[in-house]
Every structure is written in C-alpha cells, then in structure tokens.
Design a protein around this ligand. Sequence first.
Ligand SMILES: C[S@@+](CC[C@H](N)C(=O)[O-])C[C@H]1O[C@@H](n2cnc3c(N)ncnc32)[C@H](O)[C@@H]1O
Length: 219
Amino acid sequence: MNLNEFLNKYKDQYPQPAVEYIVNNFGKVLPLNNPDILNQVYDALGMFKDRNPYLAYLKLLEQHFDISSNILEIGGGFYPAFATHVRDRQLQTRKGTITVYDKMLVTQDLPHMKLVKQDFKIQDSVSPYDLLVGILPCDATTLIIKKANEENKNFFIVLCNCTHFSRQYLMFNRPTLENWRKYIKEVFDSTKKDNEEMLVLDSPTEYTNYKVLIKKQKN
Ligand SMILES: C[S@@+](CC[C@H](N)C(=O)[O-])C[C@H]1O[C@@H](n2cnc3c(N)ncnc32)[C@H](O)[C@@H]1O
C-alpha cells in the first residue's frame, strides 16, 4: 500500500486537519521521533524497516508477558499500529485476543482484532482481559494504572513525555517531565495493593527516551 491508497481507504474517518497534517509532513522526519499520527501511517505502509518503534515495544512486552493472552490496548490511535503487530504474533501462536479502544479510530474493520471506537472509561470493567497496554496513552495513562490496580491486572505502558496531570496536582507543582514521572509513581503507589510493584524501564529504542512502566503480578 502507498500513501494515496492508505488515504483513499481511511481519509474520510480522519478529522480533515489530520489528513492535511499527514499530507504536508509525510516522509519528512522519518525515522526519528515522529508524532504518533505519522508513525501509524509509516507502520501501516511498512516504512520503518528495521527501526520500527512498535516492534521494539512488542519485543519488550514479550520479554515480560505471554502474548497469547487477552490483551486490552487503551489509546490505540487513529490507525491501531501496535495492535496489528500483537495480532500478527497471536496469529502465529494461534492464541490470544487483542481489543483496542480509542474514539479516534479510523477503522473498526481489521481482521482478528476487536476495535471499539470509544474512550475507555473509569467505570468500564477490565475483567475480560489479562493485560492492559498503553502505547503513549496520554490522558488514559492514569486510568490504565488505576483500573489495573483496582481489578488486579498487569499493565505495560510506554509513558508519554507530554504531561497529563490532575488539576489538583498542578495547583502545587510545575508541569515538568520529572514531575510527570513522579506523579505517575504516586498514582500507582496510592492505588496498588501492598505487595505490588511497578518496574520503570528505559526505552527499548535508541531514538526515543520514553520510560516503560510494567506491573507484573506474581502468580
Ligand atoms: C499519543 S496517542 C498514541 C496513539 C498510539 N498508541 C500510538 O502510539 O501510535 C494517544 C491516544 O490515546 C487516546 N486516548 C486518550 N484517552 C483515552 C481513553 N480514555 N480511552 C481510549 N483512548 C484514549 C487518544 O484518543 C489518542 O489517540
């Protein structure tokens, strides 16, 4: 598929400014730290070759978790690039499911995955899933941590470097990256069970500096 074919298929589902952004910026910053909207298109068009951030995250995920499980990705993006790789691995093992929530999804019709064009909400249950995943999930970061802690689930989160504080936190703290990472740790600590811990790993790629957060319960 090339960009024209991709846009012919999906452009009506993107907001118009997003289509203009893709057309105007396509190909210009590859393969560095692109905005996710472009990364998803580059991935769908197979342009990353051996420097694919989604595959790097998947490799790290597989070092910690069984991919053949029921996975919920919250904040999959316009085009759910990461989930397509999870799906492809699950097809190899013939086990596991992948469900994606994002109200910005431009398709709900990709094979072997469930795509839900809605925000995941704090009152929604995560009980059908074994693992919660967020790849740069912005506002959904704290929601993933709280839901996993509330319903005793594991999580794998590639943490955004843009910040998403509660208003209350901002009354007393500056919105720095350092404070954002501290804030996330506080959200985890204040909602976890006594024996639970969160691993904070460095990025698995050399071209991004996102932290990766992992909660893995002992069986
Ligand atoms: C920075 S984008 C990352 C997209 C994708 N994971 C990627 O890396 O290509 C964050 C996404 O999270 C979504 N999001 C934020 N809050 C959400 C929620 N409560 N439920 C589902 N999606 C959410 C946004 O709509 C946006 O598409």
